[in-house]
Every structure is written in C-alpha cells, then in structure tokens.
Design a protein around this ligand. Structure first.
Ligand code: ADP
Length: 864
C-alpha cells in the first residue's frame, strides 16, 4: 500500500470497512469511485471510465458523478439491489494538514432508504433480519425505517416457512448472521431476490432498551438486536422515531404460503407483476398513502379471531350505511398527509418547512374527522371518535411559527412567521426599513436631479447602486455620487449613505436567515416530542382509511357481510370472483354457489377447458380472504368457517423457482399443502398431475385426493380433466362431484360457467369435434373407443379404500397395450397415423384457436 498516494491510501482504508458497498468518495464537487467499484459502476450507471495516477505502478480505474446530481445515481444502484456508502470530507480542506479527513456518514441500502424519491408512498419499505435458533426454529424481525415500525416473530416449523413469511412481506433486504448455513443463504438469494447483508452484533445498547420493552424472550430480543445494530451501523445517527417492537404471534393470522399468495394474485398479478388485476387493485379505495400501506398489510395477514373480524365488519357496515358521512370522512382523510413517514423524517432530520405545513393541514382535518365519526349510528365508529387525540398544542405551535408558503430549502429564510420570534422580527424590521429607505431614495434623487429615468438597482456583485443613462449624466451635480461601474449606455453610482443602508440590510438579512434556521431546528425538536402521538394518530387514520375503502368497494360492487360458522359449514350463494367480475364489466359474470359441510369436504370439479373451473376455485379463496381481512364479500350470502391456512396449486406453473421443472414446482406446491394443512384449511388443487404422463398423473391425482380425504379432512376443491376420478365419489364418502356445464347453441359451444352437481358429460370433447365437422366416420369411431374405455375394467385405478396394495404400473401398462393392438386392427395405416397425431396432442396447452387449426389440418388430410 505504501506506494500509493496518501489519498488513495485513505480510500483503501475506508473501503476495507465497506467491502460490500459502492464507496462514494467525496473529492470536491464529485463523488469518485476507484478500482473495481469504478469498473462496475461505469457499467451499471453507464458513465465514463477514466483512470488516474495513484502512485502505484499502474493507473487506477476511476469514475465519478457530480455531487449535486448524485441522488439519481444512488437511486439507480439501490434499485438494482446494491448498497452505497457515502464518504464525505469532514474537515475544511483549507484547514487540513495533509489529506482532508474523510468519513462514511451513511450507508444507503435497499432496506434503509429514507429519501422520498426512493420510496413508493403506497408501499412499506421493509428490512428483515433472520436469526436461526436451530434447524426448525427462527426469529424474524422487521423494520421499516421510513415509518419507524418494528416487529418480531417466531417461526417454529422449518426454513420453508421462513421463505413463505419473507416472501409474503415483501422485504427489500435481509440481515443474517455471517455463519448462516450456506444452503439457506442460497435459497434466500434464489427465491426472494433481495439484498443480503450480514450483522453479528446482537446487543441492544442501554439507551435503546425501551424499544424491546414488550419482548419477554431473550431470543426475540437478540433477533431484533441484529437488525437494530445493522441499522445503527449503516445510518450513523439517532433514530428516535423507532417504535417499540411489537411481538407478532404468526399463529394468530391465516397462513398463506408463498405459492398461494402468488397464485391468488392478492397484491400483484403473476404475468405482469403489477397491481392492476390483483385483489388489492379491486379493494384499494384508500385516499391516504398510510391507508394504502395498511391495506396491503391486512391482505398479507388475514385474521383468525372472529371477534376481530366482526369488529371490522361492524365498522364497514356502519360506514356503508351512511353514505354522506362516509363521503365527508373520505374528503377529510384526503387532506391527511403521510404522518407516519413525516414522523420518520422529523426524527431523521430531513424534514422541511413544507412538510410541517402539510402536518399542520393534516391536524386541521382531525377535529372534522372526529365530528363526522360522532355522526355515525354505528357505536364502534362513534366511540372511535373519543380515542383520537387531535394534538391541538402541536397544531398551535405550527400555526404560530411556520409561514404558509415556505420554500423547499430550510437554509434560505422565509420559513418563520412574523411575530413568532422577537429577535427575528427586529432583523426583519431593519431590513425592511432599509429597503423602504432605498425605495424612497429613488424618488428623492429623481426630484433632486430632475432625471426621470434615474433608478436604484441591486446586483450580487456591486450591491445597491444608482443608475443614470449616459444622455443624462450631465444633469448630475458635481460630487453628488461616487462612480462605481460603467455600462455601454449608462453609469452606476453609489453614495456612502446608500452603502451604509446596504450593509445594514444585508447584515440583518444574513442574520435573520441564520436565525430562522435555528428557530426551525428548535421547532423540529418540539415536533419530535410528539412523535409517539403522531404515530398513534397515523395508525388510527390508516385504519379508518382502510375501513372506508372496504365500505366503498362493498357498496359499489354489492358485496355482503359474511357470517362465520363455528363448525365446517360453508355456504355461498351466488358468489362472484371479485377481480374477473371487475374486468368483465358489462359482460355478465355468472355467479355460483358453493356448498360444503361436515359430509362434503371435497368437491371434485370436472368440465372442459375454459369452462371456469379455476375461476370458481380462486373465487372461493378470494371470498374467504376478503371475509377474514374484514371486508364484505362478492356474494348474495356467505356463511364461512374460519380457515387457518389456504393452499393452492392453480394455474400455469411457471418459472417461480428457477431451474426446477414445471412438474417439480407442482409437486412442491402439493407437498406444501399435504404436509401443512389441517382440517381447518382450504386446499385448492387445479389439474394436479397434468405435468406428467397420463397414468402417472392420474394415479398421483387420485392418491392425493384420497390422502386429503382420509388423513387431512381439509375443505378441498379439486379440478381435474381425468374423468375417471369422478367415480371416486362411490368410495370416498365426503367427496362430491360437481361440474361446469357447456351447451351447444346454433352449432357453437357456449360455456355457461355454471357449476352444477354431478360429473361432467364425458363425451364432451367428441361433441366439440363433431361441431368442428370432423369426418363422421372418425366421430363414430371416437364414440366407439370411448365406449370401450367406459366398459373396460381397467379404465380407473382402484381407490385405496378398495384395494390396499397399489401397483399402478403393473396394473395399467398391459391394459394400455391391449387397447392399442385392438385399435390398430380396425383402422387403416393412414388413419392410424392421424389418430396417433391426435393422441399426441397436448390439448391442455392449446388455445381454442390452435385446436381449431389442428382440427382443420386433420380434416384436410382425411379428406385426401
Ligand atoms: P378452466 O379452469 O375451466 O379452464 P377458467 O376458470 O380459466 O377455466 O375460465 C376461463 C375463462 O372463462 C375465464 O378467463 C373467464 O373469462 C371466464 N369465466 C370463468 N368463470 C366465469 C363466470 N363464472 N362467469 C363469466 N365468465 C367466467
């Protein structure tokens, strides 16, 4: 290292401590990066790579960004998951002996950003820490630095649950111990695609002990401490807005594994990854950013306590019934600013006067909100009014002190009102009087000299001056002014008196700007003392906002209040899919009933592709979730049990887990359901087994249904295209068949999307082929083959109840071969080729259009 220049040595020393970050090294007006940082940053940020001599043998790669436009570059890097350490000059370069002292003043990371443009106002920005206790038990702690909220939970059932939990949150960064098992570390990176950071210090400093006052167990404290230490190490400043850590007992909330949350598209769609088309998109009629964030949190954690759910329903009902009051409440809430994040900025020291004006305006709304709440008939709402603290004294401080339309900067004055501070008023008077005197001077001098165009002006270099055009210079009495500056057609003059006034004005302005800044900091400190109350108020407003949002969607879409059964009864009358219904708008969505009870645990759904099977399944899950988060539901009537977990295997299995086959993903999702579900869970399995060969898939599907029926007793919807499975209703007493009907109208197939009891008509596919005008001998032959299948002993795998020992392969294959030889006897070779072609088609992966085209091609061949 000795060969490097002192500055590069300094750089390397700092960089050593911040290896996993981009080190932004302040040099004058630039942040410079060197060595590998420079190589990578020039690529990531598309900036020019240069080099400099640093004393070593080779030139050092270097690239830099201007300090004043650094925000965008930082944003860019953070969004890509990188961390940035800001290293500033911490002494005046003029005073420095040798290299200017530099220190890292903050590390900005994806999970700890505070800057407005890096935060999505409707989203929390969570950072988590993970602390393994043993192979099965973990502590997960969360923090959102922008709002100050902290929580911690135990996970007691293995690393899969950790993944689901972290996936559900979703977090931007995870802090782990440096000795975390490698396999776990890999899974975190692969599955969650977040920034991973390390922290091994797990003590809470005495001055922050209050944060963990609610936590009883040592493991929880340690778990949170890891996160706290990481925050302290990266932020390097007081974080007085951090709220006491809440212990969250995960078993008090409905569990949604990561597959379900994704499959059901609760907060974003699978394809576009956007909010549009998700349940959140339908339910979000919140009018504040805080409310939007709260709604998302509620959707992440549906409730299990009927008391709590009913309390929410009760309030939604109250809001729904009184339209005008609800609208008044909405209007008032619209003016309520993001109190949560504002508190964060106050504590963090990056709040400006405009924020405080917004705060004041928000506080102005509170009495109105209290008033409106009192007008509600519904008691819970009316009582809420008594619990809200309008923070009058804070409002008064802000009212008296902060100017109504302050500038963004807090260092340029004009932020404090007249009359708030005596000394400030004096400075301002001095400056105003001076300015008035100068204004007066212009009039007096014009009169004295008779020069009408004489004017008094100001510029930054020369200060105040008197300007006279060349043509009028002769009118100035000798010695009246001192010449200061010559322009092409005018001369500028000063007088000793003018300069005296000028220095008075400038001095008092400078002093008043300095004083204003001090006063502002003092007000900010006063606001700081209100942070806990502001956070409480923020929570109350967010909750109200979510409840009114539920009331608005329920009103607009005719949702009804669900009731909860203690047992296993589930009755939904005319249920609808909340999202599909919205997307279809005027096309009429066909409502469907769901009826399940003690004796009807499993519904086996058959019906053609595109009939609406998976929509029906999702619809049930979404109705359940909406009910359990406290919203009304899209149905004429809904009586529901409380579900502890929902498991799904629905829709196109895709690239969720990179490098795993579709079928493997399908099996992983099924495993999840089968190992974790209880009799109080809801399981939705759509076309399970279709990712493998027919008999293989069918056998698996049947075994899974049987397993659920005999061992789990969970309420289950199971859709399948294996028609053979419908006869399971004979052997499994709590399984019932339902089907989605399709009809023919004027030669077209029409999906009625109506679920009916019983199994689907098996010859449906042939029916469609007939409609497509395949040659009639072929159709006849198809019916014949079907008939053979139906009467063949081996068309279905025996249920586990009928036969203890199952040997699927021994059982199926000879039968299949036999069938094939029989078929081949009765058809010509050409027909055989075509039939093989048809057999080989993967109908489930074809669009109706592709199917039609294929049929057309086949028909052409046959006609030849
Ligand atoms: P399947 O799972 O049987 O292949 P889907 O559930 O994917 O069928 O439904 C196919 C399409 O049919 C959906 O995209 C939707 O537009 C429409 N659909 C489904 N259910 C209904 C319904 N109840 N009312 C109206 N249209 C529906």
């Amino acid at each position: 290292m000795a060969q490097y220049t002192p500055m590069i040595q300094q750089y390397l020393q700092v960089k050593e401590q911040y290896k996993d970050t981009f080190l932004f090294f302040r040099l004058g007006d630039f942040y410079e990066m060197f060595f590998d940082d420079a190589l990578l940053a020039s690529k990531e940020l598309e900036i020019t790579l240069t080099s400099r001599d640093g004393g070593g043998e080779e030139r050092i790669p270097m690239c830099g960004i201007p300090f004043h436009s650094s925000a965008n570059y930082i944003k860019n890097l953070i969004e890509k998951g990188y961390k940035v350490a800001i290293c500033e000059q911490v002494e005046d370069p003029k005073q420095a002996k040798g290299v200017v002292r530099r220190e890292v003043i903050q590390v900005i990371t994806p999970g700890t950003v505070m800057e407005g443009e890096l935060l999505d106002e409707k989203e929390n920005n969570f950072i988590a820490s993970l602390t393994p206790l043993d192979d099965e038990r973990f502590v997960v702690a969360y923090n959102d630095l922008s709002t100050g909220e902290n929580s911690v939970s135990f996970i007691r059932d293995g690393f899969d649950s950790v993944l689901s939990e972290l996936f559900n949150r979703p977090v931007k960064e995870i802090v782990v111990p440096s000795d975390l098992q490698e396999t776990w570390a890999e899974m975190l990176t692969q599955r969650l695609n977040v920034t991973i950071s390390q922290e091994d210090s797990v003590d809470i400093p005495d001055e922050s002990k209050e944060l963990v006052q609610n936590l009883k167990q040592k493991e929880l404290i340690t778990g949170f401490a890891r996160l706290f230490q990481y925050l302290a190490r990266t932020q390097k400043r007081a974080m007085t807005h951090l709220q006491p850590v809440q212990y969250i007992e995960l078993s008090q909330y409905m569990k949604l594994d990561m597959y379900s949350k994704r499959n059901l598209e609760l907060t974003e769609t699978i394809r576009k990854k956007g909010k549009e088309g998700s349940l959140l998109w339908v339910l979000d009629k919140t009018v504040t950013a805080m409310g939007a964030r709260m709604l998302k949190k509620w959707l992440d954690r549906p409730l299990l306590s009927t008391t709590e759910m009913e309390r929410r329903h009760q309030q939604v009902e109250g809001l729904l019934e009184q339209y005008f009051e609800r609208e008044a409440l909405r209007e008032a809430l619209k003016e309520v600013y993001d109190l949560e994040r504002l508190s964060g900025r106050v504590a963090y020291g990056n709040v400006n006067a405009r924020d405080l004006i917004q705060l004041k305006k928000s506080l102005h709304q509170i009495p109105e909100i209290i008033q409106v709440l009192q007008d509600f008939q519904q008691e819970e709402l009316a009582q809420l009014a008594d619990t809200i603290n309008p923070l009058e004294s804070l409002k008064e401080i802000l009212e008296k002190s902060i100017a109504e339309t302050p500038p963004l900067s807090i260092k340029e004055g004009d932020i404090i009102k007249d009359g708030y501070h005596e000394q400030l008023d004096q400075y301002r008077d001095a400056s105003r009087n001076g300015k008035q005197w100068i204004a007066e001077l212009e009039r007096k001098e014009r009169e004295a000299t008779g020069i009408k165009s004489l004017k008094v002006g100001f510029n930054k270099v020369f200060g105040y001056y008197i300007e006279v055009t060349k043509a009028n210079l002769h009118l100035i009495p000798e010695g009246r002014y001192e010449r200061k500056q010559t322009l092409s057609n005018a001369e500028r003059f000063i007088t000793p008196e003018l300069k005296e006034k000028e220095s008075l004005i400038l001095e008092s302005e400078e002093k008043s700007v300095e004083l204003e800044y001090e006063i502002f900091i003092d007000i900010r400190e006063q606001v700081k003392t209100f942070i806990p109350e502001l956070q409480k108020l923020a929570e109350q407003m967010s909750e109200l906002d979510v409840l009114q949002s539920f009331a608005v969607v329920s009103d607009e879409n005719r949702y009804t209040r669900p009731s909860f059964t203690n047992g296993h009864e589930l009755h939904i009358e005319n249920g609808r899919h909340p999202v599909v219904e919205q997307v279809m708008k005027d096309d009429h969505y066909v409502p469907n009933d769901v009826r399940m009870d003690e004796n009807r645990d499993i519904l086996l759904i058959t019906g053609p592709n595109m009939a609406g099977k998976s929509t029906y399944m999702r619809q049930l899950a979404l109705i359940v979730i909406m009910g359990q988060v406290g919203c009304f539901v899209p149905a004429d009537r809904a009586e529901l049990p409380v579900f502890d977990q929902i498991f799904t295997r629905i829709g196109a299995a895709d690239d969720l887990v990179a490098g795993q086959s579709t079928f493997m993903v399908e099996m992983l999702e099924a495993k999840h359901a089968l190992t974790k579900a209880t009799e109080n869970s809801l399981i939705l399995l759509d076309e399970i087994g279709r990712g493998t060969s027919t008999y293989d898939g069918m056998s698996l599907a049947q075994a899974i249904v049987e397993y659920i029926h005999n061992h789990i007793h969970a309420k289950t919807l199971f859709s399948t295209h294996y028609h053979e499975l419908t006869s399971l209703s004979d052997s499994l007493e709590r399984l019932s068949n339902v089907h989605v009907k399709a009809e023919e109208h004027d030669g077209n197939v029409v999906f009625l999307h109506k679920i009916q009891d019983g199994a689907a008509d098996e010859s449906y596919g042939i029916h469609v082929a007939k409609l497509a005008e395949l040659p009639s001998p072929l159709i006849d032959r198809a019916y014949e083959i079907l008939n053979q299948f139906e009467h063949s002993e081996s068309s279905r795998v025996p249920s586990a109840n009928e036969e203890e020992q199952l040997d699927f392969f021994a059982f199926k294959e000879p039968a299949q071969k036999k069938q094939e030889t029989e078929n081949s006897k009765s058809v010509s070779t050409a027909e055989k080729t075509i039939m093989d072609e048809i057999k080989g088609l993967n109908m489930l992966n074809m669009t109706p259009m592709e199917a039609m085209n294929t049929l057309f091609a086949i028909q052409q061949k046959l006609n030849k």
